[in-house]
Design a protein around this ligand. Structure first.
Ligand code: CO8
Length: 257
């Protein structure tokens, strides 16, 4: 499949998706959204692919939603067409994917990164929700996901001031899983993705579902949900293989069944 605004490459069981609108610092317009949705759906549907990495350039992961595309839109255009609601399909991706962030991840760029299962940041990464400077607010989940990730005080401060947070503060605050040298970002993210891709696929799907459930349920319901998924994995061939491999001191050989 060919895309206008992203590059897609399969390396073994890992799909690498690179945002590619350098002239606009990877600003997210409708074409980027359409390309990303299609690429993530193709990744999800391809049994040979087990984990994905979404990245940008060294200067920018994405500098936000495309301001020039939004500038002249009216309330009726936005509300009537449910502008950018398509990003819900990005979060519907069932297999694990990582955002590898170098440079600016601002506005919709920060929000896209937070839709990933986790973020790995280059040491030059800068996160922010600067929409207030345009007299608007986050609109792709930033006020909700940032608050869940770093807590009310910092999320409120960032949304109200529009200031940027550097990679190290982002790591300290729990927004990113780890920080690596910018030049090694994609290699490091690919290494992590390759390690995840080597896990039993149904266990990886279940892991992702249960961690995400922590944001949607009470503790008790979440624990019950986790236990049911855990029980369910005992119906898989890979559970038998995984435990036999441990006992026989050899690596597991997964069938995904
Ligand atoms: N949209 C469109 N074009 C952009 C964007 C953007 N978000 N960001 C940068 N560009 C363009 C610039 O206009 C410029 O183009 P040109 O050369 O044609 O003038 C080119 O990219 C390079 O940018 P700069 O010259 O500004 O580069 P600098 O290195 O000087 O500055 C910055 C980099 C600080 C990142 C600066 O570009 C900037 O502040 N960008 C805007 C950041 C921003 O405000 N982002 C939030 C946008 S609003 C948003 O994301 C809302 C999300 C929710 C929408 C959901 C709807 C339901």
């Amino acid at each position: 499949m060919s895309y206008e605004t992203i590059l897609v490459e399969q390396r073994g069981a890992v799909t690498l998706i690179t945002l590619n609108r350098p002239q606009a610092l990877n600003a997210l317009n409708s074409q980027v959204l359409a390309d990303l949705i299609a690429a993530l759906a193709a990744f999800d549907a391809d049994d040979s692919q087990r984990c994905a990495v979404v990245t940008g350039s060294e200067k920018a992961f994405a500098a936000g939603a495309d301001i020039k595309e939004m500038q002249s839109q009216s309330f009726a255009d936005m509300y009537g067409h449910n502008f950018f609601a398509g990003y819900d399909r990005v979060t519907a991706t069932r297999k694990p994917w990582i955002a590898a962030v170098n440079g600016f991840a601002l506005g919709g760029g920060c929000e896209l990164a937070m839709m990933a299962d986790f973020i790995i940041a280059g040491d030059n990464a800068k996160f922010g929700q600067p929409e207030i400077k345009l007299a608007v607010t986050p609109g792709m989940g930033g006020s909700q996901r940032l608050t869940r990730a770093i807590g009310k005080a910092k999320a409120m401060e960032m949304c109200l001031t529009g200031r940027m947070m550097d990679a190290h503060e982002a790591e300290r605050s729990g927004l990113v899983a780890k920080v690596v040298p910018a030049a090694e970002l994609v290699d490091e993210a690919m290494k992590t993705a390759t390690a995840i891709a080597a896990m039993a696929p149904l266990a990886a799907l279940a892991c992702k579902e249960m961690v995400n459930a922590a944001f949607e349920t009470t503790l008790q319901q979440g624990v019950i949900f986790e236990r049911r998924l855990f029980h369910g994995l005992f119906g898989t061939e890979d559970q038998k293989e995984g435990m036999a491999a441990f006992v026989e001191k050899r690596p597991g050989n997964w069938t995904g069944k």
